[in-house]
Design a protein around this ligand. Structure first.
Ligand SMILES: Cc1cc2nc3c(=O)[nH]c(=O)nc-3n(C[C@H](O)[C@H](O)[C@H](O)COP(=O)(O)OP(=O)(O)OC[C@H]3O[C@@H](n4cnc5c(N)ncnc54)[C@H](O)[C@@H]3O)c2cc1C
Length: 393
């Protein structure tokens, strides 16, 4: 994937690693080009704001994720002019969820959004942002220069052994769970008992896994979600208890044992797939706006992914933050920090509380078994559960 324009200077750094700040400040520098960063950058550019988007990865890149865009995420894409994006990429309509635990299964038939690989989705969101004027720099790690004033912020960029500085009137941290733009002492700390995330992709979905269905296996050490992607691969994403991972001898082994005890169809070689882990999942930073940096997406706080809506929060957050920062750039908003705090609480934090409650239920094996049994008794019993999980507004 190519960048729309490059903000990289011709020069580089001197032997001591110093460089001069380059050119005019950007209105906004957005660090992290996952769904939160691309949405923020694209929505800002659509409003005429000069934006630089930076990511340390080269795209397309894989990402640990259940790859399910729920109706809330699709509604945000629609509102922001990206309604056709998922279907253009061949996203698979999701029409059912199968919940499995301790040999019991219950299925819930209902439209649940779409399944789409993160390599395809994230690259397409970046392209959409670039098409409205966002300058994009892949393969570039950003960090904050310490000891400098908050306005304009100076962001150090590093690609390979070259480093240079850019300035932004506003800086957005959309760096995901690593919260890696800010110095260590300002980063979000994980909640006690938080699970770790893990994911792998099997090259071909084995028999027993149908496209259009989400399979969720719940066991003592956590849960594993499986979904067939648009190209026939099987995505596996898990939230696991770190102690259980250690006791099982690794992520793959624990995932294999959860699938086996839940009685989902076997995934050949599941323990040996190339599993990737994430930092501990449930976390919230002390402040949403820190040292003049606005957090959005997972960087602003995250809860366990059972309800599959981190991407919905990321894009809705990006849409809302862009409107606020565009007003601030135009001189129409003097306290963007306060407005973002309020908007975040209203649009995202409340919803995360509900998801946290769902995750607590699913933490307890006997509660999960009770839920599966209840769902098995009749489809009407599934309605309140699904209403919580996939509320469209
Ligand atoms: C196991 C699991 C399953 C999940 N399942 C689902 C699901 O089915 N549906 C759903 O909606 N959500 C799901 N989620 C949540 C979803 O993956 C996240 O909420 C979503 O990716 C958040 O987007 P983001 O843009 O905030 O961060 P990310 O997508 O993590 O993007 C952050 C970007 O920042 C870049 N970056 C980080 N630090 C720097 C730096 N210093 N300089 C430059 N770049 C940097 C990274 O390279 C990365 O590209 C799941 C999460 C997990 C862990």
């Amino acid at each position: 994937m190519t960048s729309a324009a490059t903000a990289e200077p011709e020069g580089g750094i001197d032997g001591a690693g110093r460089s001069e700040s380059q050119g005019e400040p950007y209105d906004v520098v957005v660090v992290g080009a996952g769904p939160a960063g691309s949405m923020t950058a694209g929505e800002l550019a659509r409003r005429g704001v000069r934006v630089l988007l930076v990511d340390r990865a080269e795209f397309p890149r894989p990402k640990v994720c259940g790859c399910c865009l729920n109706p809330r995420a699709l509604a945000t894409l629609e509102r922001t002019g990206l309604g056709g994006l998922a279907s253009r990429l061949g996203a698979v309509d999701l029409t059912a969820m199968e919940l499995a635990t301790a040999g019991r299964r219950a299925s819930i038939e209902r439209p649940l959004g779409v399944a789409l690989s993160r390599d395809a989705l994230d690259a397409a969101l970046i392209e959409a942002a670039a098409s409205v004027g966002v300058e994009f720099l892949p393969g570039t790690t950003a960090s904050l220069r310490p000891g400098l004033p908050d306005t304009p912020r100076v962001v150090r960029l590093q690609r390979g052994d070259r480093a240079w500085d850019v300035r932004g009137r506003f800086v957005v941290s959309a760096t995901g769970l690593t919260d890696g733009l800010l110095p260590v002492e300002n980063r979000a700390t994980p909640a006690t008992g938080a699970k770790l995330g893990a994911g792998a992709i099997a090259p071909v979905a084995p028999s027993g896994y149908e496209p259009g269905r989400i399979y969720m296996a719940c066991g003592d050490g956590g849960y594993v979600g499986l979904v067939v992607l648009e190209d026939g691969r099987l995505d596996l994403a898990a939230a696991l208890d770190p102690d259980a991972v250690r006791d099982a001898g690794g992520i793959g082994r624990l995932a294999a044992s959860i699938l086996a005890t839940a009685s989902l169809p076997p995934v050949p070689g599941v323990a040996g797939l190339s599993w990737k882990g994430t930092p501990l999942l449930t976390r919230r930073p002390a402040r949403l706006v820190e040292r003049g940096v606005f957090r959005v997406g997972d960087s602003a706080g995250y809860v366990e992914p059972f309800t599959g809506e981190g991407m919905a929060w990321a894009v809705a957050g990006g849409e809302a933050l862009a409107a606020i920062l565009a007003d601030a750039v135009a001189g129409l908003e003097t306290r963007p920090d306060r407005r973002w705090d309020l908007a975040y609480r209203r649009r995202i934090a409340r919803r995360q509380l509900t998801c946290r409650a769902v995750s607590r239920v699913l933490r307890s094996p006997w509660m999960t078994r009770g839920l599966v049994r209840a769902l098995g008794l009749g489809p009407s019993l599934a309605r309140p559960f699904l209403a919580i999980m996939h509320k469209a507004t």
